[in-house]
Design a binder for this molecule. Sequence first.
Ligand code: DGJ
Length: 364
Amino acid sequence: MKRLLIPMLMAATAAIGASAAMPVIKGETFPDTDGRHINAHGGGIIKQGDTYYWYGEHRGDGSPGSGQEGVTCYTSSDLRTWTDHGIVLAVSDEPGHPLERGGIIERPKVIYCPATGKYVMWFHHELKGRGYGAAEAAVAVADNPFGPFELLHSGRVNPGIAHANLPAEALTKVWDDKLEWWTPEWHQAVEEGLFAVRDLEGGQMARDMGLFIDDDGKAYHIYSSEENLTLNIAELDPTFTRHTGKYIRIFPGGHNEAPAMFKRDGTYWMITSGCTGWAPNAARLMRADNIMGPWEMLPNPCRGEGADKTFQGQSTYVYRDGDSYTFMADIWNPKNLGDSRHLWLPISFDADGVPYIDSPSNSK
Ligand code: DGJ
């Protein structure tokens, strides 16, 4: 029986596509097949057939004047050797174009939409000349994974629609918008919906972001909103290109960025960072039984040397392959963002099923 079972299991594995093991990357240079450090930051990986696609921010090459050209795509068959396919969503040199060069494209994530057969990219988008003020979520689509991705729209999220868990009183309350930031009164007002109500009409701010596809095929957009103070989880429609209007706010005033959501044995997990610009800080871990909440906060998931600064990294994505989960993070180099390094560490689970990440010195 054993002799029969092993070939049968091997055949079954081949039929669903063999999977490669994710390498551990500890911030060393990660060269592509042309020998250049992989310029795909704040991104994520999807697998289609036997090919892995890694999308991320192009951040210039460090030479004077070089900047963001758009979003890059690299492919691999083993997760170790990556081939550069260039820019798949490009900035524009046309004045007034929504993607005009000089704007900001951050944290692009690509998913495949079975309902439309299209590849859908969401990213945090800032308009030229406005710093981080526009705080828009943008969507681009392509017929194939190498693009070119075409911008569908860019804007704030769910204008005119209140979050499902915004207390009803928030909508009728008279807000004091002169409250001094960081005072206890201001914190309380933020929690109660000060900024969610301020932005209700024009739509919610959307900066650092991730996407998540649930077991039932529904997709969600998770983003830092309300001046980066509050996370939002917003359901997408079956084309994955629009919000349905069903969304929640979590940890109001909690100052979370860099959300990376994953699911294991029916539990939703999310790793985020605090907000300290390009500088590293301690990661946060949160969990929920229902993606629409309630969510609860757990202690820092990182362990060992450097855990209080996420080993110098900031979360971008959790890559899942069966029961294997990898924490993907960026070690930012603000002086030369293109040379920011990649940190890929395995996620382990303790006896209670709570995820943790061991320090690079303990990871292999
Ligand atoms: C932290 C964010 O996570 C990054 O994506 C980027 O927006 C930097 N802040 C800019 O300071």
